[in-house]
Design a protein around this ligand. Structure first.
Ligand code: CP
Length: 316
């Protein structure tokens, strides 16, 4: 593996998931793999789970991890080639990234989308510029359109939670929110579940919240949430803003929030969410505090997904 930007960088999802679960069973078995190596973790946006789990994963491989909150502590970066930098940006990625490439062996980058310019966001300018100019492997810690470390974690969590000899039914459901959020987690989850190919996959959302087809192709789209939830083994809850009329909130109907009454339609489904979650807006207390929620297990598995990915890059 050279970079880890999306599922397209993975040749065998099951094999990578197995490596992650092997690390869960024996976290320090490759403690010397990353000896004398450093990873730089650059955050242009906030994070708790991604930041801490990747640091822990690097530590389990004997790597030094250095976190840099570019958004708070660093110079504001320019990403457009040939920009005339007379505005607010202070340093061009073309100048900063090669230095980071000399400081580190691997670079992790978190960059959220603007949600203002669909073309720029969906071209993944920021992460592509880091790949172009850093000269070392780049790991996405969530980019403008996808969150691959989260999605690998999600598959690991589904695999360890489902023991039946049949395909699970997985439902990704839109949920209400007070802010316009990126489509990243929903895009990425859809892309990984479709690429994995070992589930009956349904996406449900209100009209006007359709995701980019490049990620959802292979899934069944059912606009009636109750219909979609029937016999689900897993329900993945997530808000996203509109894709077509980009970055907007249209419907914000609280009826779309998952409750125990809705859960009764499912096959006693496990409930997932990437976190952070707005309680009683996006997901009800009764679900989050109830026996079907696996959100803590899911977030805890972030360490093993990150460790498997870093190990693959280090081995290369
Ligand atoms: N799920 C996730 O990426 O969490 P953080 O934003 O806290 O990293």
């Amino acid at each position: 593996m050279n970079n880890f930007i999306s599922v397209k960088d993975v040749t065998d999802i099951n094999s990578l998931a197995k490596k992650a679960l092997d690390y869960k069973a024996d976290p320090r078995k490759d403690l010397h793999l990353g000896a004398n190596k450093r990873i730089g973790l650059l955050f242009l946006n906030p994070s708790m789970r991604t930041r801490l789990s990747t640091q822990l994963a690097a530590g389990n491989l004997g790597m030094e991890a250095i976190v840099f909150n570019v958004g708070q502590d660093g110079w504001s970066l320019e990403f457009e080639d040939e920009a005339i930098m007379s505005g607010t940006t202070v340093e061009h990625v073309k100048d900063a990234a090669p230095i980071l490439g000399n400081y580190f062996d691997i670079l992790g980058i978190r960059t959220f989308p603007s949600l203002k310019n669909k073309e720029d966001d969906y071209n993944e300018l920021y992460i592509k510029q880091f790949i172009k100019y850093a000269g070392i492997p780049v790991v996405s810690l969530e980019s403008a359109t996808v969150h691959p470390l989260q999605s690998l974690t999600d598959i690991i969590t589904i695999k360890e939670s489902f023991r039946e000899k049949r395909k699970p039914k997985i439902v990704l459901t839109w949920a209400p929110h007070v802010k316009a959020l990126p489509q990243c987690v929903a895009n990425s989850f859809s892309q990984w579940i479709n690429a994995w190919g070992e589930a009956d996959f349904v996406i449900t959302h209100p009209e006007d919240y359709e995701l980019d087809k490049q990620f959802t192709q292979g899934a069944s789209i059912i606009l009636d949430q109750d219909e979609a939830l029937k016999n689900a083994d897993f329900v993945y809850v997530k808000n996203w803003s509109t894709f077509t009329d980009y970055g907007k909130i249209y419907c914000n109907d609280p009826e779309w929030m998952l409750t125990n009454q809705k859960l009764n339609l499912t096959n006693n489904a496990k409930v997932m969410h990437c976190l952070p979650v707005r309680r009683n807006v996006e997901l009800s207390d009764e679900i989050l505090d109830g026996p079907n929620s696996i959100v803590t297990q899911q977030a805890s598995n972030r360490v093993w997904a990150a460790q498997a990915v870093l190990a693959e890059i280090l081995k290369k």
